[in-house]
Every structure is written in C-alpha cells, then in structure tokens.
Ligand binder design. Structure first.
Ligand SMILES: *[C@@H]1O[C@H](CO)[C@@H](O)[C@H](O)[C@H]1NC(C)=O
Ligand SMILES: *[C@@H]1O[C@H](CO)[C@@H](O)[C@H](O)[C@H]1NC(C)=O
Length: 370
C-alpha cells in the first residue's frame, strides 16, 4: 500500500512538469529547482529545466548569470533585488536556446537605481548596466518588470529568433531632480529576428536604440520620458559589417513626453555602413519637446557636428502614419540633415502639429515634405 501511494505521488509529480524531467529534477522535486539564495544559482541552473527564482537578493558586484539549459522555463516570483556596488555590471544576464523566461504577476526586478543616480549617467559614480539578454532558437521572455535601472536597462545582444513581450521597464523615478540619465530602455546590437511587443518604457534616454540588427519588429511599444525610437549606426570605425541596420520595423507605437519621437543618427566618423528597409508606421507622438522626426548624418563622439557625411546611406526608409503634437519653445516637427547623396528612396507621411520652430531639411529625398 505504502509503495503504491508513493508511486502515485511520484506519478502526479511527473505530470506536473511539462517537459520530461532530467534525472536531477526527479531527485529534486519538492522544491530544490526554486532559487531563494544566491548560493543556489549555479547548481540549480546546471541541473534543472523548470526553475523558479523567488524573492532573491543578489549581492552587489555580482551578476545573476542565468546560462540556462536548452528548453528551460524560468519564472521570477516576488522581488528580485540587486545589491549596490560601483561596477559595470550587468546585474542580470539571461542566455540560452529555446528558453522561456517569465515574470509572474507582481514580480519585480529591482536595480535600486536611486542609490546610484547622480544626474551623470555613464559619467559620475560607476553604475552597472542592468539586464543583458543573449538568447536564440525561438526563446520567449515575457512579463518582466524592470525597475529603476542604474543606467542602461536592457541590452539585447547577439540574439537570434527571440521574442520579448509584455515588458515593463520603469525608470520614471529617475525623473525626480533629473537624476536618472543614460537609462536606455532596449539597446539592440548584433541581433537578428527579434520581436519586441506590447511593452512599456518610462525612462530618460532612448526608448529603443538599434545599433546593429536585421529583421527586427518593434510593435505596440509605449515610450515616455526619454529620447524616442532611435537608430544609432556607425559605432564601428573599422567594419562596414558592424554598421548595418536592415529590415527593422516599428509599428503601432506611442511616444509621449519625450525629447524626440523618432531619431535616426549615423556616425560620420564611423566606417561605411548601411541603413536600409527601415520603417516607422502608425506612430503617435505627444508632448515632444525637441524633434518629432530627427534624421541626422553628422554625429561624432556623442555630438552633432553640423557636417553630414554619406558613409552610412539611409535608403528605403519609410515613415508613414506618424502623427501627433509637440510642446515647448524649442519644438521642431521635422529636422533632416543628410549629406549630399546620403538619403534616397524614402516614403513619407508625417503630420505633427504644435511645433514652435520651422522644419529644416538638407539633402532630403525630393518627395519628403519639409
Ligand atoms: C546532478 O547534480 C549534481 C550536483 O548539482 C551534479 O554533480 C551532477 O552532474 C548532476 N547529474 C546530472 C545527470 O545532471
Ligand atoms: C523589408 O523588410 C521586410 C521585413 O523584414 C521584408 O519582408 C521585405 O522583403 C524587406 N524589403 C526589402 C526591399 O528588402
């Protein structure tokens, strides 16, 4: 009788996990695939494929490094708090193939940004970057609540076939006394086949910044407080391959109370490169203080030089269904500074009201109304 009952308990336990458990998971059913202490991380992630991280405190100066086994499902529960230390980070790194990472309802990843913020971002006291995602193979990361990034929030780097959905990246507390700075929402580099959808970013820098990527869709993203939907291309001074953004599409997004709606910049001191087949479609703007649409080919060392170059031509750019309004005395709906021969083959449908300054455009394609 006893052994029969034990058998049925084990059978029920087996039925409760979706994937076939590994030997170790079988042994550890009953809770040890749940991480509650930092010291448990490496043994659990090396032996389990169905993992819960519950109310974890990560010591300052350490990365919560989740190198997950193929096919792993990991769920964050409760508050994951990252201790304070003055280093580069990242605080959290998630990597793996075909992984599913979920934030349970009410869960938070707390970077404790307020303990670092000094209004100087990458300068000032040393601050860690927060989340780095390096996943592939149809991985899905969903429902993560990223709170109070010390500086850059989420780096999507070297990903292929990955979906990020229902993220809430909230650095709005950094608006207070303008202390939050360089708090980019999603930075995308060396990535292909990425979808970011149904997500919210409240921050003080780019909502999204794409550096190097192909086949990316950003859909239903709500941005506020920051610098808008950006491409920044030409960071590499030596490799034309590193300076490519191609087939990147923003659709059904809103940008509110931000410096820019859409911002495309190429680095005139970078190597040659490509921006091709990029579209912004159905983007609604409100409370934009500087530029509704800003496209500039004159960026160098973090500054506009006013001297555009065509080392990174912008071709096949489609900006349609971009509507909304500006605010404040410095507002300009459209600013385009292309080099001669630097911009061609654009679709244009921009209607932005309320700007205080006149549009200005240089070497824009002839169909672009300015
Ligand atoms: C099970 O876990 C132990 C300790 O974490 C590890 O040494 C062992 O290699 C694992 N065995 C398998 C089959 O994964
Ligand atoms: C532009 O990108 C889309 C989506 O990735 C793709 O379907 C389309 O073929 C591309 N168009 C060109 C001209 O490359």
């Amino acid at each position: 009788m006893f052994s029969l009952r034990l058998f049925s308990v084990i059978a029920t336990a087996f039925a409760a996990v979706s994937a076939l458990p590994t030997q170790n998971e079988t042994l550890s059913l009953g809770g040890s695939c749940t991480i509650k202490e930092f010291s448990q991380v490496s043994s659990v992630i090396s032996s389990c494929t169905n993992i819960v991280i519950s109310g974890l405190s990560v010591p300052g100066g350490k990365t919560l490094d989740l190198k997950l086994k193929k096919g792993t499902t990991l769920t964050f529960e409760g508050k994951t708090v990252f201790g304070v230390a003055h280093w580069d980070g990242p605080l959290l790194q998630i990597s793996g193939e075909k992984i599913t990472v979920k934030g349970a309802s009410g869960s938070v990843l707390d970077g404790q940004g307020a303990k670092y913020w000094d209004g100087k971002g990458d300068g000032g006291v040393k601050k860690p970057k927060f989340v780095r995602v390096k996943a592939s193979g149809g991985s899905v990361l969903t429902g993560l609540h990223v709170l109070n990034c010390p500086r850059q929030c989420v780096s999507v780097n070297s990903c292929d076939h990955v979906t990020l959905s229902n993220w809430n990246v909230d650095v709005s507390a950094g608006d207070k006394n303008k202390l939050g700075h360089n708090t980019d929402g999603f930075d995308i580099s060396s990535t292909s086949n990425l979808l970011i959808e149904n997500s919210v970013v409240k921050n003080q820098d780019d909502c999204v910044a794409v550096n190097k990527a192909q086949h990316v869709t950003i859909s239903k993203l709500q941005c506020s407080g920051g610098h808008g939907l950006s491409l920044s291309v030409g960071m590499s001074k030596t490799s034309a391959e590193a300076n490519v953004v191609k087939d990147v599409h923003f659709v059904d997004c809103t940008v509110t109370n931000s410096d820019n709606g859409i911002h495309i910049k190429t680095h005139s001191d970078g190597a040659h490169g490509t921006i091709d087949n990029v579209s912004y479609k159905n983007i609604h703007l409100s409370g934009i203080a500087k530029f509704g649409v800003n496209i500039q080919q004159d960026y160098e060392n973090g500054h506009s030089t006013g001297k555009p170059k065509n080392n990174i031509p912008i071709t096949g750019l489609s900006i349609t269904g971009v509507t909304g309004s500006m605010t404040g005395s410095n507002s300009k709906a459209v600013y385009i500074l292309c080099a001669s021969g630097g911009c061609s083959g654009w679709n244009w449908g921009v209607s932005i009201s309320g700007a205080k300054k006149a549009n200005s455009c240089t070497h824009q394609p002839s169909n672009v109304k300015c």
